[in-house]
Design a protein around this ligand. Structure first.
Ligand code: LLP
Length: 404
């Protein structure tokens, strides 16, 4: 996004025009940014050409997954729904990995039928279910076991997954036990060790620790893992002060790891691929003066973008037309939903705003639309893909009649 003569543009299209034509709230994605992110991600790890499985939970729009697939990416899914969506987008099952602590028999059955690359199991009970279904079908199923490396990802507590108190994966003791179980099974082919320690990680050191833990385990098991799936988690800069993840250091650590083990690396990035491609365009419905601050009441709400209410996440908000006149008031940007947590951010020294002005909430491509809901019976926003001067509608705005 950039300003041209004080007007905000996404690629070659003015945001004001998008808002007038498609209404608000509206999710917009930039194709160029998506392409750039994928190319950069590949470049960062080109020395060992990993299998990159886009984490579908971060954005489930079939048209976006289709575009991502064209760059050769696979998919990381966590439910039958996501698996169906990845297949619908044309992703080859041999590039799909299935994670999650609570896969049902139906989901496992479906994944086996579709011959996906790996079911990354997260408990003994799950492996037993996989084995039972595989035996019944007289099939050999490729699986991974997710290790909980007890590593602090140094990110928000709510999105940390690699500590022993988190529900994800199994500890090292359990891991050894499960490797032995798999070795004794005729229907299970243990091919992968997987880990994922959390999301929005900006420090490379937790990744180094994670690799150390993985390295120790593999040395001790003496099992030949065809794949090591390092998950995703690479953070993005939601504001200008955030220091980007040092990909060079992470890449170096993986290269050192690969000197010891001959294995194929899998990644499951979501946010780093799609996060900064998306913005949510919204209109100011009312401005209410409460004395201490002014409430800027938007037509986008926590049902459209849940991250601020759920994690206290802060997203930049840009005016669609820059005026240069700074307000003396404190502005609190809120939505119309009947919850006090339905608020995006409180800002001082913002430009003077008026009712009916448009605003763009930035970096909402990941966990924006995919976490949205119909709370307060609000229809979901339309989604658009911008490529140069072209606008493609990639999902219709829900209508009230879809809901009622
Ligand atoms: N692999 C696994 C097993 C995961 O659980 C996740 C994310 C990913 C990959 C992708 O992580 P990423 O590269 O996007 O960081 N709703 C939260 C984020 C939750 C992440 C859940 N797992 C948010 O809005 O920040």
């Amino acid at each position: 996004m950039r300003y041209n003569k004080k007007k905000l543009f996404i690629e070659g299209v003015s945001v004001q025009n998008i808002a007038s034509k498609f209404g608000t709230p509206t999710y917009c994605y930039s194709y160029s940014k998506l392409k750039e992110n994928i190319i950069n991600f590949k470049k960062n790890f080109k020395s060992f050409s990993p299998l990159i499985c886009f984490s579908v939970k971060s954005n489930t729009n079939v048209n976006l997954i289709r575009e991502i697939k064209k760059f050769g990416l696979g998919a990381d899914v966590v439910s039958k729904g996501e698996l169906m969506m990845a297949l619908k987008a044309g992703i080859n099952p041999s590039k799909i990995v299935f994670s999650g602590v609570g896969k049902t028999s139906e989901e496992i059955n479906f994944a086996i039928e579709k011959r996906i690359l790996l079911i990354n199991a997260e408990s003994e009970s799950e492996i037993q279910v996989i084995e039972k279904i595989a035996r019944r079908k007289n099939k050999i199923v490729q699986i991974g076991i997710r290790l909980n490396p007890n590593t602090d990802a140094k990110t928000l507590k709510q999105i940390s997954t690699g500590k022993s108190e988190n529900k994800f994966g199994v500890n090292s003791k359990e891991f050894f036990k499960l490797v032995n179980f798999c070795k004794n099974s005729k229907n299970i082919d243990l091919q992968c060790l997987s880990v994922h320690i959390g999301s929005q990680i900006l420090d490379h050191k937790p990744y180094e620790k994670m690799l150390k833990a993985v390295s120790n385990i593999i040395s001790k098991t003496k099992h030949k893992f065809k794949f090591v799936d390092l998950g995703g988690g690479m953070g993005i800069a939601y504001n200008d002060k955030i220091k980007q993840l040092n990909y060079k250091r992470y890449n170096l650590a993986i290269n050192n790891f690969l000197k010891k083990f001959n294995t194929k690396i899998i990644f499951e990035p979501g946010r780093s691929i799609i996060g900064n491609t998306g913005s949510l365009i919204s209109k100011i419905i009312y401005i209410k003066d409460s004395g201490a601050k002014k409430f800027i009441i938007l037509d986008a709400a926590m049902n459209d973008l849940m991250r601020p209410a759920l994690y206290g996440a802060v997203h930049k908000i840009l005016p669609v037309r820059k005026s240069g006149n700074i307000s003396k008031n404190i502005y609190e940007f809120v939505g119309p939903i009947c919850e006090s947590t339905d608020k995006f951010v409180t800002l001082k020294k913002y430009q003077k705003l008026r009712e009916k002005d448009f605003l763009a909430i930035c970096d909402v491509g990941a966990y924006g639309m995919s976490l949205s809901s119909n709370y307060n019976l609000r229809p979901k926003a339309v989604e658009l893909l911008i490529n140069g001067r072209r606008i493609k509608k990639i999902k219709n705005r829900q209508k009230h009649t879809d809901l009622i």
